[in-house]
Each structure stands twice: as C-alpha cells, then as structure tokens.
Design a protein around this ligand. Structure first.
Ligand code: DGY
Length: 331
C-alpha cells in the first residue's frame, strides 16, 4: 500500500515530485494556504498518516501523536531545531523524528552576520530615517556605530552554525570566545576560539551571538543578571531559538542602554514580540528568516523527504534525532 504522507505547509523545492515518484500518497494543505495550520486543522490533517513533513510551527506532543494514529512512523521536521516535537513521546511510540542539519548552516550564519553588522552600524534606524525623509545630507555625528575590526566575538552554541559564524570572523581579525562545560576541541581547532566561563564571555565580548537550541539548560540563559555584566557597547545577536533570551529583560537592557544594540531573528513567543521591543531603535528585528535562502530551503526539502522515505520503508533515517528510536515491528 502507498504510504500516506501529510505535508503541513507547501514548501519550495522538488519534494512533491520526489515523494510521488517513490509511490507515496500525499495529503497537502489547501491550495493557496500559506500559514501555520490552526491546531484543530493540523490534528485532522495528520490523521491516518504514515509520515508527516512538519514545520517548526507544528507542535507534536501526545495529543498530536494520538490524532495521527498508531500507524505513524516518522515526523520529518523542516528545520534543524526540533523543540516543537516531544522526542521522548515519539520514541515511546516508535515514531522516528528527523531534522535538516548542515544544509542551512551557511545561510543561518550569514543572517547572524547580517544582524551583527546591521545592529553595530545602526542600519535599521538609519534606513528607517532615510525612508521617512529625514536624510538632509551627510553629517559628521550621524549614526555612529561600533567598530568590528579586532574586537571579541562570543559564541553561545559552538555547534555547526556557531562554527561557521566564528569562522566568518577571520575577515575582521576577531578574537573568538565560547563557553562550554567540557570544551569542544574540534570547535577550537576550526575557529581558534578559547573556552571561558559564561560570565567571562559576557564581560569580555563586544559581540555575543547565540546559535543555541532550546532545551532545559538554555532557556533564559541570558536575562537581567547577564545583561548587567555585558559591556555597555556590546551587541547581542540571536539566531537559534528565542526563549534562550529573556525578552522582557532584553527590552529593559536596550531601553536603559545597558548594551548598545541587539539583532534578533528569533523570539521568545513567536510570532509575538515582547512589549516595547518593536519601538526600540537599537533593535534590528527579522521575522525568523535564518535558513531562508533559495538553496538552503530547497536542500531542506530534499533532506526531509529522504528521511521520510527511509522511515516508511523501515530503514533508519539519515538525520534521525531520537537516536534511541526503534522501528515499529512489522515496519
Ligand atoms: C531551523 O531550521 O531550526 C530554523 O530556525 C528555521 O529554518
């Protein structure tokens, strides 16, 4: 029988052809729909599916697994992050969970640097003013920002994306710090970074970039006590998961000029922003577009499909994240 694959959002790339060519039956979102599925619709949409091509905006918990039914074999997340999926629950039910690492690393690292430069050199604020007709000619004191050359970059999250962000700092002769309980020799070898305590990283870094995933250890890692020890000239960039930063505390830190600026691609309560954040001139705010390049998104689609095809044919998917997963018997 053809495996039924529920796709929760129409994405870019060759995913549909690839799934159909492999003999899958597809359940697609309604034509023209381009928003996260409301919960009741999602629960109905995944009913009876053997596999789901899911978005990071779809929550997969016990209720969703119940709604899908016992035949479900795989949830392939169209993202590297998978905090929207209860992986322990998936494992208990014999459901493979997969993600899309590597293919979006460069695109996300680029967005981190775009945010770093935009925040340091006040691009958002100055562009807004120009568009509002406030450019009356060059001024010697206009929009003075922070220098990048030779400064210290603190990386929170020395994984794949953190590594590429650190490597891109060579062009600015930066010193790179990171904070990891046991150290990561591969990261140090590739980037020349030095492992220090988190407080030291926060005190010494001119630019702090978070590429951290969300879990119990990273939630609110950066809050009021951490802003209090950062340099007043520091720039904070966040491209991993929003709840790593206590967003209300960030608004206070930016408003009271405890730090110079922030550049965010992710938020604590997406798509909502903390009160007051949108009004701050020293915040550059993007709508979660880190992996949003044509190439990255097309490759993410292929990777998600290949994971689905492996799982529905009883094989171990290449990008399995619940590594203790065992295929359902009879699969
Ligand atoms: C991810 O992949 O986790 C990004 O946040 C979105 O692509």
């Amino acid at each position: 029988m053809s495996p039924l694959i529920a796709v929760t959002r129409r994405i870019t790339g060759q995913w549909e052809e690839r799934l159909r060519a492999a003999g899958c039956e597809l359940r697609l979102p309604p034509a023209g729909a381009d928003a996260p599925m409301p919960r009741p619709q999602l629960l109905e949409h995944i009913k009876g599916a053997d596999g789901v091509l899911a978005m990071l905006t779809d929550r997969f918990d016990a209720e969703a697994f119940d709604a899908a039914g016992p035949q479900l074999r795989v949830v392939a997340n169209y993202a590297v992050g998978f905090n929207n999926i209860d992986t322990a629950e998936a494992t208990r039910r014999g459901v493979a969970v997969t993600n899309t690492p590597d293919v979006l690393t460069a695109a996300t690292a680029d967005i981190a640097w775009a945010l770093l430069m935009a925040s340091a050199r006040r691009l958002g604020e100055s562009e807004r003013d120009l568009r509002a007709g406030k450019f009356h000619g060059w001024g010697p004191n206009d929009y003075l920002g922070m220098d990048l050359d030779g400064k210290t970059l603190g990386i929170l999250g020395p994984g794949r994306i953190g590594t590429v962000i650190a490597k891109r700092s060579i062009g600015w002769d930066m010193k790179v710090l990171y904070a990891h309980p046991t150290g990561k020799p591969d990261f140090e070898r590739e980037t020349g970074a030095k492992n220090v305590a988190l407080d030291q990283l926060l005190r010494e870094s001119d630019f702090i970039v978070s590429a951290l995933p969300l879990n119990d250890r990273t939630k609110h890692l950066i809050g009021a006590p951490q802003f209090a020890i950062m340099k007043k000239t520091a720039v904070l960039v966040s491209v991993g998961r929003g709840p790593v930063i206590d967003e209300a505390a960030l608004v206070t830190a930016l408003r009271e000029k405890q730090i110079f600026a922030a550049g965010l691609d992710v938020y604590e309560f997406e798509p909502k922003l903390a009160d007051g954040l949108m009004q701050l001139e020293n915040a550059v705010l993007l709508p979660h577009i880190g992996s949003g390049s044509v190439g990255a998104r097309a490759d993410m689609a292929i990777m998600a499909v290949d994971n689905i095809l492996a799982a529905v044919s009883g094989k171990r998917p290449p990008q399995l994240v619940n590594s203790d997963w065992q295929p359902k018997t009879g699969a």
